[in-house]
Design a protein. Structure first.
Length: 222
């Protein structure tokens, strides 16, 4: 299964999605910082499962309609940072979908995630990540889960990795840095947490219009 995650930087990179899907043929497309009112219902063979509605900059998830059927969708709010309370950029920071794999006869859970910005503490982001994973688990006890997106966590990832492992999940980084706008902040921002998935690799794709580079996750549910 191939999953692409892409932070569109305030919808700036939305015009690239059709070409991105055509080139890499993903099964799932997870988006952050998109203007949900201007998203298409379909991108090539991918159908829009849902998008958050309460955000100025929202989340969206597309799935391959010939392979999957959505069973349940959940968008959740997470503990807010000071930036969230003042600027109000996002109410819902996780969009999860339980998908039925038509051919395999099993369900999986996939989510698009966007953590609080760098103005927040890492401890808050760790809290958000664990809360998001707990909410995802409620979509189906024991099902494989894969949460991808912009974690806004460029440094001290060993602390995050330990916190994720303590929660029963794996943390997987991509093969190159994903954020390039400011040299001082350059690093791995976009990655995956999972349980019940074997993540083969995460490839950082070439720079496009966004300040985040898309990532391509290749994974297989156990």
């Amino acid at each position: 299964m191939k999953v692409i995650s892409y932070n569109l930087q305030k919808h700036r990179a939305a015009g690239e999605l059709e070409a991105l899907v055509a080139e890499h043929d993903p099964d799932i497309l997870c988006l952050q910082e998109c203007d949900v009112q201007h998203l298409p219902d379909r991108i090539d063979g991918l159908a829009l499962a849902d998008a958050t509605q309460g955000n100025r900059l929202g989340l969206a998830l597309y799935y391959r309609s010939s392979t999957f059927r959505p069973r349940e969708i959940r968008a959740i709010e997470l503990k807010k940072s000071l930036h969230d309370r003042i600027a109000k950029p996002a109410h819902e920071r996780m969009l999860g979908v339980r998908l039925a794999d038509i051919d395999a006869g099993r369900d999986i859970i996939v989510a698009s995630f966007h953590a609080a910005p760098l103005t927040a503490l890492n401890s808050l982001r760790r809290h958000q990540i664990k809360a998001a994973l707990t909410a995802l688990a409620s979509l189906g006890d024991g099902l494989p889960q894969l949460m991808v997106g912009d974690y806004n966590y460029p440094v001290f990832k060993e602390n995050l990795g330990q916190a994720v492992r303590d929660h029963g999940y794996a943390l997987t980084l991509s093969d190159d840095h994903t954020y390039t706008r400011y040299r001082v902040f350059r690093g791995h921002y976009d990655f995956a947490t999972s349980i019940g998935f074997a993540v083969d690799r995460i490839t950082t794709l070439p720079q496009r219009a966004s300040d985040h580079r898309p990532i391509l996750i290749t994974a297989q549910p156990h």
